[in-house]
Design a protein around this ligand. Structure first.
Ligand SMILES: [Mg+2]
Length: 318
């Protein structure tokens, strides 16, 4: 993947291996697309569209990191394409740079009003267009990174509570549409207060991190989510998973944490850190929202603790 033009890429955010930025070139003239392709194909993944409609369709399937958009096109012009991209939550964060033969301030203003981040005039100067694209890709990566950090628990690196709340709400809506079972696991670390009192808060933090990591390793589908619910409590959202599948997951999680072998001298049930889990499924999700699923899982967690901890209890929302 290394080549001569890589030398100007000094920003570490852009240098992630296996991750070439994806560009979409939109122009109704094949020759213009060809020119741009020559400029970018070495260190970008380049896609092309020759009409506004084609560009919009492309973005519904795959969201490029940046779009270079011609203004004058026969069906939808660039302004309209840009406006439509900015109205759709799926595509609104993709930076758009207009590329146009016109270079009067009114047109530029119109482009920026439509939501473009920049304006480049044709014929393009390869150095200028490369530099502008690089700048906007960097800004895009940085804002993506900031957005993602706002959804991560700082101590453990798994999803935070806000991320959990939003994901559960959207997965609930998705299961309402699909009729598929949504499952939820709520768990917490057994005798964690005693652990903190005995080993200190720093050890407590390390323990939380190790447990979070073990839980994260148990999930293997991209749409499953492990989150820190608060304190020593974690949750796991399992979309399109029947109770039996969620039970298997709970079993694996219980075992994975036990096998970490973190010494716990103050536990009544084992020499090592263990967890208790409540596993609930909603086979017939209804309009009222996921609260019942949460309270069911929470009650089952309580039952697992009552039954002696270091185990899980399962049930369905009726
Ligand atoms: Mg044109």
């Amino acid at each position: 993947m290394s080549n001569a033009s890589d030398t100007h890429r000094t920003n570490p955010l852009l240098d992630a291996p296996e991750d070439r930025p994806c560009l979409l070139l939109v122009d109704d003239q094949a020759i213009n697309i060809q020119t741009m392709y020559q400029i970018f194909h070495n260190d970008h993944e380049v896609f092309m569209a020759t009409s506004g409609t084609q560009a919009l369709e492309f973005c519904q399937n795959k969201q490029p990191d940046l779009i270079l958009l011609d203004v004058i096109m026969p069906d939808l012009d660039g302004y309209e394409v840009c406006r439509q991209l900015k109205q759709d939550p799926l595509t609104q964060d993709i930076p758009v740079i207009f590329v146009t033969a016109q270079d009067n301030p009114t047109d530029e203003e119109k482009g920026l009003d439509a939501g473009a981040v920049d304006f480049i005039s044709k014929p393009v100067n390869p150095k200028v267009v490369r530099a502008r694209v690089r700048t906007h890709l960097t800004l895009k990566r940085q804002s993506d990174l900031l957005r993602s950090l706002a959804f991560v628990d700082g101590l453990t690196g798994v999803a935070n509570r806000r991320n959990f709340d939003e994901t559960l709400a959207s997965e609930w809506r998705r299961s309402l549409r699909s009729g598929q079972t949504l499952s939820l696991i709520i768990l917490d670390i057994d005798f964690f207060k005693r652990y903190n009192d005995h080993y200190g808060h720093q050890a407590g933090d390390l323990c939380l991190r190790a447990v979070a990591n073990a839980l994260r390793k148990c999930i293997n589908r991209s749409h499953d989510l492990v989150a820190r619910y608060g304190g020593e409590e974690f949750v796991c959202i399992l979309p399109e998973t029947p109770l039996s599948g969620a039970e298997t997951m709970a079993h694996e999680m219980e075992l994975a944490v036990r096998q970490l072998g973190i010494a716990h001298a103050r536990s009544d049930i084992a020499d090592v850190v263990t967890i208790s889990l409540g596993v609930a499924s909603a086979p017939n999700p209804r309009d009222e929202g996921p609260e019942k699923l949460i309270s069911t899982a929470d009650n089952l967690l309580y039952a697992a603790k009552q039954a002696g901890r270091g185990q899980y209890k399962t049930g369905s929302v009726v």
